[in-house]
Design a protein around this ligand. Sequence first.
Ligand code: GDD
Ligand code: MN
Length: 370
Amino acid sequence: MNIVVILPTYNERENIVQLLDQLEALKPAIKKHTLSFLVADDTSPDGTKDAVKEYQKTHKDVFCISGKREGLGKALLRGMTYAINVLDADLIVQMDADLSHDSKKLPEFIRAIDNGANFAVGSRYIKGGSIPENWGLHRKIFSIVGNAIVRFGLGYPSVHDWTGGYRAFKKHFFIQAQDEMKEYSGYVFQIAFLHKAVKQRAKIVEIPFHFTDRLYGRSKIAPFEYIKNVLEYVIRARITDILEGHFGKFAVVGTIGFLINTVILVGLKMIGIHPAVGSAIGAECAIISNFILNNAWTFRERKIKGKRTILKFVQFNITSLGALVIQSGTVYVGTLLFGIPAYFYAYILGVGLGLIWNFTMYSKVIWKKS
Ligand code: GDD
Ligand code: MN
């Protein structure tokens, strides 16, 4: 494999040469593969680029690109694009350039890939990993809580470190994600990128490592902006998941059904048909619409076809009847307990229970996973 290690730098003059030396020293341990290094600098005012240029004179496997400062995410994006398009990378490694990421761990990342994983994630929050002991309580809490919000907020608890930047992954993850990644110019890039990979069912292996506090220079993270971006990312992702998931589509289909039901009831009433009849016809039309749309859209990956359709449609009607019974039953019990004036609350509760019933029956019985 052609491996390119991307090192984003902004004012890392004191760190970068030492890191490159450490990385060069690893080469004998990674003989099977070709290893090169790409510094993605943002024209650091401390002259990081000059130090790298000097280093390049004696090391042909070190590359350097520079651009204007647009944030860590943009630098990584630029680096990854260059690594694949120009340096022909198969595997991309990214790590911080301030010596916080233990370079001695790198062979473990590559071994994980050799053994069948396609995405190795450096983890501070699993056994064998840690955050610096000398960090103040604030910073520790910030790191742990922030990460937990992402981990549980996105709903993938099996990956423990979402915010870090020590990783190795096959190039296709970047090729598929690159257009969307342009949005994430800051540190939130790390989260968004891993999230895309997880959604593509990456074979992830976590590599524990001890994060060491930097000795030289300063962190460039802007805590408040970062927190804002992280929360915004998690909330947006959750909303998208709901809209794109079964429940969101189920709700859209149900709303369409409700509109059909209402229009037919009112329409038939206008031409003199009794509302009880109109309501029944409307309800059945809504049921047909719900069945067709849920089959074609909500549960399209479990689509019912052929002769089974009739049987399933009968089941669907019985389920809808069940929802009606639940709804009316709730109104009945509600008014019995709290009197007629409470009918509307009971009705809303009944509709809610009916929806839960319907959704459960649809996803677990009618369109159950085969
Ligand atoms: N080119 C470029 N442009 N590099 C940048 C920029 C930028 O705008 N901002 C930061 N970097 C580089 C730094 O020079 C360093 O090599 C690396 O990115 C990490 O930046 P730090 O400023 O040292 O970040 P940190 O240590 O506070 O943040 C750590 O935790 C974050 C959240 O968990 C790092 O591990 C991050 O990667 C991680 O996302
Ligand atoms: Mn750092």
